[in-house]
Design a protein around this ligand. Structure first.
Ligand SMILES: [Zn+2]
Length: 215
């Protein structure tokens, strides 16, 4: 009898998921508790022969992985703002609101401009000054368009009392050169709407701020 040499060939095959990076960026990692780099990974199942992928099969989903701790997250994690974005959102939102108020009226009034600069500085842009305001006011911009983006990003992180405080700050810029004009009142309502406030809430805050200014 001879050995069955050569007759037994072991074929090792299987199915494995392989991931490739299709994007990267910064996100807030809940595990690390801070802003970290992420990789956006897309998976695909492969038929493997001797551990080598040979035939691509179905897609196996996408996820985000923290490059620091390796934790995997669903894609939705990217909608949570990073700490850096949250920090930038308040001054960016206040700047957009202040410019909207000044464009509606008071852009050449010294007291309205001072009020606007103070509000933007108070929101975290310590270096904001007259020159920066002039540059912003002379920049060509669609009044509504550059208001929605910054305020919508800010709204995500502002509780209701903070939205009211924010709107009151903007209204005070309009009041700095006297009573609100129709344009300034409309600008305040637009700011309130972009902050997700109802018209009734907006009316209440505007009226209270007006009373406070005339008292
Ligand atoms: Zn992490």
């Amino acid at each position: 009898m001879r050995d069955g040499r050569g007759a037994s060939l072991l074929i090792i095959f299987g199915i494995r998921v392989f991931y490739r990076t299709i994007g990267q960026g910064a996100f807030h990692c809940q595990r690390c508790g801070g802003d970290r780099e992420f990789r956006h990974l897309a998976g695909r199942r492969w038929f493997t022969l001797f551990f080598i992928p040979v035939i691509p099969l179905s897609k196996a989903g996408e996820h985000v992985r923290c490059t620091t701790c390796g934790t995997r997250y669903r894609m939705e994690v990217l909608s949570v703002p990073t700490a850096a974005q949250m920090q930038a959102a308040l001054p960016a939102g206040m700047r957009a609101a202040a410019l909207t108020m000044l464009r509606a009226g008071g852009g050449s009034s010294g007291s309205a401009r001072r009020r606007a600069i103070d509000a933007i500085k108070g929101a975290g842009r310590a270096d904001y000054d007259d020159a920066a305001l002039d540059a912003d006011l002379s920049a060509l911009a669609m009044p509504g368009q550059d208001l929605a983006g910054p305020l919508n990003r800010l709204t995500v992180q502002l509780a209701v009392p903070a939205r009211e405080w924010f709107l009151a700050e903007a209204v005070r810029i309009g009041l700095a050169d006297g009573t609100l004009s129709d344009d300034e009142r409309n600008a305040a309502r637009e700011i309130a709407a972009q902050l997700g406030m109802t018209p009734a809430q907006a009316r209440g805050v505007i009226a209270m701020t007006e009373e406070g200014a005339s008292a």
